[in-house]
Design a protein around this ligand. Structure first.
Ligand SMILES: [Zn+2]
Length: 457
């Protein structure tokens, strides 16, 4: 069965197919803006895209997939962060790129084949804007910024189904248009291709036919996908938050510039909610991978938990789901270890792949995996089981033993008790032991030392 994914543009399930005679699937996934650690909502998208990448390689062959994911390393947010920290922009973006790569590796996400940066493709972006200017799809405003003329592209809004009128009201209400921008633009729905240099941009400016400045955010994906994958790509993905305006704008820029279909297939994964709410700093429910590791969870449990919901439905994440994910990973690990090397009649895990090929039904695939586990280790071949785990990117690792953090007050009590015991004041030592037990800790003594352990509940 071919890999079927929902296409957000045509609004139907469609098989993923290559369009070029070389048979290579050209796959573009919008990457992160590198100015802070990515949160688990971002990682839901990247983990889902990693499963897509793995499935494509298993289906078409490892050399028949070209996966490009960009890094946004110049925009309002990155520049603001560099200014606040009085550091060069490249310093800040390098720091967060390294962190992003480390988090991706911990979550067992395969690195993309090419990971271009916006600042590495300024020439290509300028060239594209130049074509749009010459074709009449863009104009230069009085301040030197260049805008895309939305009314010049008949198909604008096809992806997001945003009508012109709603678009104007909606984007103005959403605060996506600043007052300064609005002054310069001919129409409120037009968007920036090139931003004229402002004092706040500091040294972050490049020369262009329209004066010094920097690219608008949307143009980078159009330019980099064209440079690395060609004018038409086979699969373009991202989080649903990027559908409008980012992806709508990418289509407008690319199709007006190149005169051909930009992406043959659009796939969007849904939002992650935490405890039923949208993640935000002010609600205190914005978790990074480090936050969860500090709470004692393993990155593999997070990956599992992120796959527990259907990627095209909102997933409500709770810390409790990580406990369930952690024990599921332990079960998978001991099952994997118990599979004998040679099995006569083996299940080939088709049910797992059937679920994944049917619009990336990851909860269905996990369910199928546990049905196999229930049938017992003598009914499955180890290779087939490992292939299914590989597709989901789940590494069967030994049970995770979280690092226990001992509160300072508990350490202080333990020290007091140890001193009392050394002084042979056994009554005091015993009272302190009871005090520790009441706080949930036990103290294991050796001749020369002691160890603190949390009491099992
Ligand atoms: Zn993009």
């Amino acid at each position: 069965m071919a890999i079927q994914l929902y296409d957000s543009l045509e609004r139907r399930l469609k098989p993923i197919t290559p369009s070029q005679p070389d048979g290579v699937i050209r796959f573009y996934n919008c990457g992160p803006t590198v100015y802070a650690p990515a949160h688990i909502g971002n990682f839901r998208t990247f983990v889902v895209n990693d499963v897509i990448r793995r499935l494509l390689e298993l289906e078409f062959g490892p050399d028949k997939v070209k996966h490009v994911r960009n890094l946004t390393d110049v925009d309002d947010k990155t520049i603001r962060r560099a200014r606040e920290e009085s550091r060069p922009l490249a310093d800040v973006t390098q720091q967060w790129t390294v962190k992003f790569h480390a988090d991706c590796a911990a979550l067992n996400c395969l690195p993309p084949h090419v990971e271009p940066t916006a600042t590495g493709y300024i020439r290509e972006q300028v060239d594209m804007i130049d074509v749009l200017m010459r074709k009449g799809n863009a104009y230069r405003a009085a301040d030197g910024s260049v805008y895309f003329k939305v009314s010049s592209f008949e198909d604008y809004g096809r992806l997001s189904r945003v009508k012109e009128r709603e678009l104007q009201v909606g984007s103005a209400l959403a605060g996506k248009v600043t007052a300064a921008d609005a002054d310069e633009k001919e129409d409120v729905s037009d968007f920036a291709l090139w931003k004229a240099h402002k004092p706040d941009d500091g040294a972050n400016a490049w020369d262009s036919p329209w004066g010094r400045g920097r690219p608008g955010w949307h143009i980078e994906c159009s330019a980099m996908s064209k440079a690395l994958l060609g004018e038409t790509i086979d699969l373009h993905t991202g989080g649903v938050d990027l559908l409008f305006p980012h992806h709508e704008n990418e289509i407008a820029q690319s199709q007006c510039c190149n005169g051909t279909t930009f992406a043959r297939h659009w796939y969007h994964s849904e939002h992650l909610l935490v405890d039923g709410k949208k993640m935000s700093k002010s609600l205190g429910n914005l978790y990074t991978l480090d936050d969860l590791v500090a709470k004692g969870f393993s990155p593999m449990a997070l990956r599992y938990a992120l796959l527990m919901g259907h990627p095209r439905k909102q997933l409500n994440f709770m810390l409790d789901s990580l406990h369930a994910a952690e024990s599921a990973m332990t079960t998978l690990h001991s099952f994997w270890q118990s599979i004998p090397d040679n099995v006569g009649r083996a299940d080939d895990c088709d049910s797992v792949f059937a679920a994944l090929h049917d619009d990336l039904n990851t909860p269905g695939a996990l369910g199928a995996l546990f049905t196999i586990v229930k049938r017992g280790p003598t009914n499955i071949s180890k290779t087939a089981f490992e292939k299914a785990l590989y597709a989901l990117g789940l590494k069967p690792t030994a049970p995770h033993t979280p690092k226990v953090e001992i509160p300072a007050a508990i350490t202080a009590l333990a020290e007091k008790r140890w001193a009392a015991k050394q002084a042979k004041d056994f009554a005091a030592a015993d009272a302190l032991r009871q005090e520790l037990a009441a706080a949930g800790w036990s103290m294991l003594d050796s001749k020369t030392d002691y160890k603190l352990e949390p009491l099992k509940k």
